[in-house]
Design a binder for this molecule. Structure first.
Ligand code: 5AD
Ligand code: SF4
Length: 452
């Protein structure tokens, strides 16, 4: 029998972190405990991502490290989940003796039961790789009854867009919306237990409900229903595909007080030619039109984006269009990446690949601009009074013993550090804060009113 002591390693997107958080809670409710350090663990869970670069190699080398670290121990169980598990599947069993469970996205919901069995039956191996027809509803176990002040609620799984570069539709399957009733129930429970900031999560939230599994509720309708929940102070959603964002959703930024003025709207490229080849189904005029409407609805809206540099066929001029467009729109932040071939995607077959050197040079130029601009945005916050929702103590302790450093987020989601007299429990509380200083990635502020 294997000890019920686990360690989870998570790679990739917000979906994966959210899945890992759920898995952790679910395992704890089944009598597992989280190991204090990886060395103490008997059950290792790797939640993997294959969206970019060489994820398989990363997973193999990590499995090799676990093997070395646990040399001589028989009582080890390794589970591999997420997108790489979906792709490689049972192939892991042949290469690594310790791997006894592989689970894909739809298999996650039953991974805790599987682990329950596997710790008891040491000859058993299991794979949960099938895509289910329906959204695989998971039990919502908050074992210790305490919910964090801010959290995520999954509203859908998978994606139907098949953008030329993207592996997600293959690893996470086709789009499956969750029922609006379940989404609302989960949001209401979380708010009743103290959550004050919710992010609705999905690969393409704006097409919520528009698949065979939807219950007729559109994303705009769902957004309003969640925004109506009393006690929910902040509402966000991620990710939005520009081609699917409805006018009602744009308008909601202007009419609903608890919808936060920050939106992630992946642009990917500023060149119409490249966008067409990516299969994104919008051009830059349309993208800019959406940005204008959003800013009309909510003038202080901050926009963030995803950019791919070096997509096959991208010329210097295409890249410059991306850079110029980003500068004109003024993204508060970008997640920018070098294009990487993903097996089985349309882009993998395209000719005219951009060399690594050219790609790296373009990425550097893009990122140099973005870091400077992000700093400029943070600087512009100095002197402003903003409500901060505190999440916990900052890692760095304050310089004097009578003070504690707390960290939280403002309405834009920016990290704010505040030093406060020790002894007060600020977790889950809002407090007005005057911003006194901007760092490279965060803000420093001081108390400017009473917590609530
Ligand atoms: N190469 C580089 N970046 C990619 N992304 C997705 N697939 C690839 C790829 N093959 C980026 C996109 C997407 C984000 C999650 O990852 O920008 O929006
Ligand atoms: Fe990938 Fe495009 Fe779907 Fe986003 S919308 S997950 S980039 S296929």
């Amino acid at each position: 029998m294997i000890e019920r002591n686990f360690h989870i390693m998570t790679f990739g997107c917000q979906m994966n972190s959210n899945d890992s958080d759920w898995l952790k809670r679910s395992l704890i409710s089944r009598g597992f405990t989280e190991a204090a350090t990886p060395e103490d663990a008997s059950v290792f869970i790797l939640n993997t991502c294959s969206v970019r670069e060489k994820p398989e190699q990363k997973v193999y080398s990590l499995l090799g490290r676990i093997q070395t670290m646990t040399k001589g121990r028989e009582d080890i169980l390794v589970a591999v989940g997420g997108c790489v598990a979906q792709q490689v599947g049972r192939g892991f069993f042949n290469r690594f003796k310790q791997v006894r469970l592989v689970f894909g996205t739809d298999g996650l919901a039953s991974a805790p039961q599987a682990l329950d069995r596997l710790v008891e039956e040491d000859q058993l191996r299991m794979s949960l790789l099938d895509f289910s027809e329906e959204y695989p509803e998971k039990d919502q176990e908050w074992s210790d009854g305490v919910v964090p002040p801010a959290g995520f609620v999954n509203i859908m799984q998978g994606c139907d867009n098949f953008c030329a570069y993207c592996i997600v539709p293959y690893t996470r399957g086709r789009q499956k919306s969750r029922s609006s009733v379940s989404v609302l129930e989960e949001c209401r429970t979380l708010v009743a237990r103290g959550m004050r900031d919710i992010t609705l999560l999905g690969q393409n939230v704006n097409s919520f409900g528009q698949d065979a599994h939807g219950d007729g509720t559109s994303f705009a309708a769902l957004l309003h229903q969640v925004a109506d929940i009393k006690g929910l102070e902040r509402l966000r959603f991620v990710t939005s595909h520009p081609k699917d964002i409805a006018d009602e959703v744009i308008d909601a930024f202007g009419t609903r007080e608890n919808i936060c003025p920050r939106l992630h709207l992946p642009m990917q490229s500023g060149s119409d030619r490249i966008l067409k080849s990516m299969g994104r189904k919008y051009d830059i005029t349309r993208y800019r039109g959406i940005v204008d409407k959003l800013r009309h609805a909510r003038p202080d809206l901050q926009l963030t984006t995803d950019i791919i540099v070096g997509f096959p066929g991208e010329t210097e001029e295409d890249f410059l269009q991306t850079l110029r467009t980003a500068q004109e729109i003024g993204f508060a932040q970008s997640f920018s990446f070098n294009y990487s071939d993903r097996p089985g995607t349309r882009a993998e077959m395209l000719a005219d690949k951009v060399t690594k050197e050219v790609m790296q040079d373009r990425l550097q130029r893009y990122q140099d601009w973005q870091s400077e601009y992000t700093e400029h945005i943070l600087q512009s916050m100095v002197g402003r009074k903003l409500d901060v929702l505190f999440e916990g103590m900052s890692k760095k302790p304050g310089s004097d013993n009578n003070a504690e450093a707390w960290q939280g987020r403002d309405v834009f989601g920016q990290l704010v550090h505040v030093t406060l007299p020790s002894g007060g429990d600020m977790a889950g509380k809002f407090m007005p804060v005057t911003i006194t200083e901007a760092k490279k990635h965060s803000l420093i502020g001081e108390k400017a009113g009473e917590p609530w």
